[in-house]
Design a protein around this ligand. Structure first.
Ligand code: OSB
Ligand code: MG
Length: 373
């Protein structure tokens, strides 16, 4: 496969409601889409970097900059290129996993569309639908939170994740557990808002039978997570800390987590995400698919990934309308608490041209010929 053109497209989608985490509040989702054009196909990628560098060191403007300066040129120069060749080809650039993931995703999509193979089949996934969980932001009051959870449960979501931070943890968790009962699959996500000095407070969450506590401590604090794991009963799940299959293996070996959240964007792409799935499966560590407020493109890839066998917990793979009144693709809709795994070639979905045009804020195109010139 030879890439003729790479198009970087910035879009901005309004959120149906503001999304607040311990990191801040988002009102809209700016995103960076990658379109790879070959003689035979168009491939789509989505960069999950946020507007600011609060979740990871990467941010959208930085991702576009490193793509334009350092990542797109070697991809355009490579002939032939395959999805498996992308990471080795870009290995001379350190880090920037979210930017690399978006490019690899677009190449993988183009390759699979050319072969007539779906993302799920390409990744080796067999399930035809995946259970859907929802991530619920921090709210102004506990009653408001309980109402929001009731609404998501009425829609059919099979698992609830509450965002927590110091001052918004034990009380909201207690209220949701008391209101909805012990059958509810319930977990919490701190996005690094605590320190080991909070161990006793976090141990109070043990009373509520949570599936897991996600990323309580800093991204680089594996020893702290291992120490915390010895002081609480709730299983610890890592998100921000797991940036590669190697870091997943290290975290598991250190006893820093009993569960792993896999986000393809955070780890450099769907191929590394599958390696993490395999490493965890070999160690008896369950995984689930995280989310980064993806549009229908990233959502399609995540649903396919979540269909792999060791994704034994419901993921943050919600319906499109959890975040967006109008998605840029045909929307993903909840069916009996599940999302259907797309079966068409590649991602199995495409941007709707009219919708895409309406949300596009900038387009930057580089073709092989510009590059050669
Ligand atoms: O920690 O999982 C997280 C969104 C942005 C940054 C970090 C996280 C999240 C979510 C969103 O929880 C979940 C989703 O996309 O459904
Ligand atoms: Mg998280």
């Amino acid at each position: 496969m030879r890439i003729e053109r790479i198009t970087l497209r910035r879009i901005s989608l309004p959120l149906v409601t503001p999304f607040r985490t311990s990191l801040g509040t988002e009102h809209e989702r700016p995103a960076l889409l990658v379109q790879v054009t070959t003689a035979d196909a168009e491939g789509w990628g989505e960069c999950v970097a946020g507007a600011d560098a609060s979740y990871s060191s990467e941010y959208l403007e930085g991702a576009e900059d490193v793509m334009r300066r350092h990542l797109v040129p070697p991809l355009l120069a490579a002939d032939p290129v395959t999805a498996h060749a992308v990471a080795p080809l870009l290995a001379g650039v350190r880090g920037h996993r979210m930017a690399k993931a978006a490019l690899e995703m677009a190449v993988l999509d183009a390759e699979l569309r050319t072969r007539g193979t779906s993302f799920a089949a390409g990744l080796g996934a067999l399930a035809d639908r995946v259970p859907s969980g929802v991530s619920v932001g921090i709210m102004d009051s506990v009653p408001e939170l309980v109402d929001a959870v009731a609404d998501y449960l009425a829609q059919g979501y099979l698992r609830i994740k509450l965002k927590i931070e110091p001052g918004w943890d034990v009380e909201p968790v207690r209220a949701v557990r008391e209101r909805f009962g012990e059958e509810l699959l319930l977990q919490v996500d701190a996005n690094t808002a605590y320190t080991l000095a909070d161990a006793r407070r976090l141990a109070r969450l043990d009373a509520f039978d949570l599936l897991l506590l996600e990323q309580p401590l800093d991204e680089d604090d594996l020893r702290g997570h291992a120490a915390l794991a010895r002081r609480i009963r709730t299983p610890i799940c890592l998100d921000e800390s797991v940036v590669s299959a190697r870091s997943a293996a290290d975290a598991i070996a250190l006893g820093a987590c009993q569960i792993v959240n896999i986000k393809p964007g955070r780890v450099g792409g769907y191929l590394e995400a599958r390696r993490i799935h395999d490493v965890c499966a070999a160690s008896g560590i369950p995984v689930w698919c995280g989310g980064m407020l993806e549009t229908g493109l990233g959502r399609a890839g995540n649903v396919a990934l979540a269909a792999l066998p060791n994704f034994t917990l419901p993921g943050d793979v919600s319906a499109s309308d959890r975040f967006y009144a109008t998605d840029i693709t045909e929307p993903f809709v909840l069916q009996d608490g599940h999302l259907a795994v797309p079966t068409g070639p590649g991602l199995g979905v495409e941007p709707l041209p009219g919708v895409l045009a309406g949300v596009t804020t900038s387009v930057h195109e580089v073709s092989r010929r510009d590059h050669d010139a």
